[in-house]
Ligand binder design. Structure first.
Ligand code: B12
Length: 460
């Protein structure tokens, strides 16, 4: 079969120029493309976001592969754009099967199938085993777990499929499908690796566990280092970016990584996401060890400088733990990046200023300030439903036009969609001003050096 996977663009780059920022490869689609190819299909992956393709270019490129099947990911903010791509594809080639998956499809299967009648099959949660069964069943979805589909105008939801427990059983990613991995950054050749799936924490604004579950399922350290060894041999990478929501959660596991890299003589440096409470608890000796083992940066979701808001977020951390964790990193020479949020329901401007003051005090090497978003299926979304109703929240989430705020540092442009809705005690304009204030404080002149350093991940 001719199969085309499409990574939806964040904006229609036919209407607005894509800013020059780096975005990580769609690992989920990469896994599906790898498995589909291993099953003997002719597979292509179009990364419309990384390539900055217009909807027209995306559709034209997809049709040029004469696809029997097109697989496209549905994320809430990119839903309307994905819908247009699907409808135009189906209009041009009605026989092509359209399969969707990803966070929004998993969280809202019924609504997705109703709002995009051109979808033939919707895959909920992980797609590797479901797609394999579908291919072996000539694309007949009957009784295949993890699928929702339409039969005579009736939407059918098959039984849920269990999440993959043994991640080592999956084939290593075929990175020839990616246009932006490995990638150059600050003279380093880097690759992105996901060492686990699932997330046990319950932050009320995050929908990650809704697709990947609340239990952390890990690849073995041997399996991860196997992939690093291949990347070293094939591309001579010298740096890894771990995308796990929380890479630093098990001390011995991370120390084993260092030992395994040394045992195989792999000189690699790495960065990862971590929680401030765990990092503070693991302490400075642990950080000294992972620094020696190649850890050059840790990324923290600090989120707020106010305990009331952190509690409402169910973050389970404190500003004091953030101070401790970042102080330890500075002492051992591990670079730091922090994410902060403004606009949480009931948050006041005074509480947002506390976040700004904490950001100034922590003074991490890099920082990113975003406006909180209400994603479907999250506790926050459900709590706002009573006040705003699904229709208004959906309209807010499915913004057609995304109007960047004039923040002096274009790397963060795509985060900042001009909001016309605020869930907190500030107006949308006051929220946008808070963002400008934050970036002006952190990157006074959006100065080039700083910008250069930001050729990093965005959007995680
Ligand atoms: C890495 C990451 C990114 C990367 C890559 C995104 C990508 N396209 O893959 C970058 C940094 C680019 C990114 C950007 C954004 N992200 Co992001 N991202 C993540 C993160 C941390 C991990 C995703 C991942 O790689 N998982 C591992 C792979 C193996 O799993 P997967 O992607 O879920 O794919 C599996 C299944 O979902 C399914 N599947 C997925 N796609 C498809 C397609 C088909 C056809 C099928 C059959 C199956 C299928 O099968 C895959 C294999 O099992 C998740 C949080 C999380 N942990 O899940 C947030 C997350 C997906 N991101 C999110 C969001 C909102 C965004 C942004 C819109 C943020 C913004 N700027 O506004 C942008 C969107 C940009 C874009 N066009 O993609 C939200 C989505 C919520 C929602 N309801 O849509 C999440 C869940 C985080 C959250 N806070 O809730 N993100």
């Amino acid at each position: 079969m001719n199969i085309v996977f499409i990574n939806s663009p964040l904006q229609d780059y036919g209407k607005t120029q894509k800013k020059d920022y780096y975005t990580t490869p769609p690992l989920g689609l990469g896994h599906l493309a790898t498995i589909s190819k291993n099953l003997g299909n002719n597979v292509n992956l179009i990364d419309a976001e990384a390539k900055g393709l217009s909807l027209e270019q995306t559709i034209f490129k997809a049709l040029s592969y004469n696809p029997d099947l097109v697989g496209i990911n549905l994320l809430t903010p990119t839903f309307e754009l994905s819908k247009q791509i699907i409808q135009d594809l189906k209009k041009n080639k009605p026989k092509t099967k359209i399969i969707v998956g990803g966070p929004h499809a998993t969280i809202n299967p019924e609504q997705s199938l109703k709002q995009i009648p051109e979808i033939d099959i919707l895959v909920r949660k992980e797609g590797e085993l479901t797609l394999t069964e579908l291919f072996n069943n000539n694309l007949n979805p009957f009784l295949i777990k993890g699928i929702s589909y339409r039969k005579k105008n009736k939407i059918i939801h098959n039984q849920d499929r269990k999440l993959i427990q043994n991640l080592d059983s999956l084939p290593l990613l075929d990175r020839s499908f990616f246009v932006n991995d490995p990638y150059q950054e600050n003279g380093n050749l880097k690759s992105v690796i996901m060492g686990s799936r699932g997330y046990p924490y319950t932050c009320s604004f995050c929908s990650a566990p809704l697709t990947s579950g609340r239990k952390i399922r890990t690849r073995s350290i041997e399996n991860i280092v196997d992939e690093i060894e291949v990347l070293k041999q094939e591309h001579n990478i010298d740096s890894v970016h771990f995308l796990d929501n929380d890479f630093i959660y098990n001390k011995s596991r991370i120390l084993n990584l260092g030992e395994e890299l040394r045992a195989r003589n792999l000189n690699i440096n790495w960065r990862a996401l971590a929680r401030v409470d765990i990092t503070a608890r693991f302490g400075i000796d642990f950080l000294k060890r992972i620094k020696q083992d190649g850890c050059y940066q840790l990324v923290f979701g600090v989120e707020s400088g106010n305990q009331r808001i952190l509690n409402l977020m169910n973050k389970g951390t404190t500003p004091e733990q953030a101070r401790q964790a970042i102080q330890y990193c500075k002492e051992v020479g591990i670079k730091t990046k922090a994410y902060y949020m403004f606009g949480f329901p009931t948050e006041t401007l005074e509480e947002m200023n506390q976040t700004l003051n904490l950001a100034k005090e922590l003074n991490t090497d890099t920082a990113c300030f975003v406006l909180v978003k209400a994603y479907p299926g999250t506790e926050m979304y459900n709590s706002l439903l009573k006040k705003y109703g699904d229709k208004q929240l959906q309209a807010y989430n499915h913004l057609q036009e995304q109007v960047p705020l004039d923040i002096p540092n274009q790397n963060f442009d795509k985060y900042h969609i001009s909001n016309d809705l605020s869930f907190c005690k500030a107006t949308p304009e006051q929220l946008n001003n808070m963002l400008r204030k934050a970036y002006n404080m952190y990157y006074p002149n959006g100065d080039k050096k700083e910008t250069q350093n930001k050729m990093e991940l965005v959007g995680v």
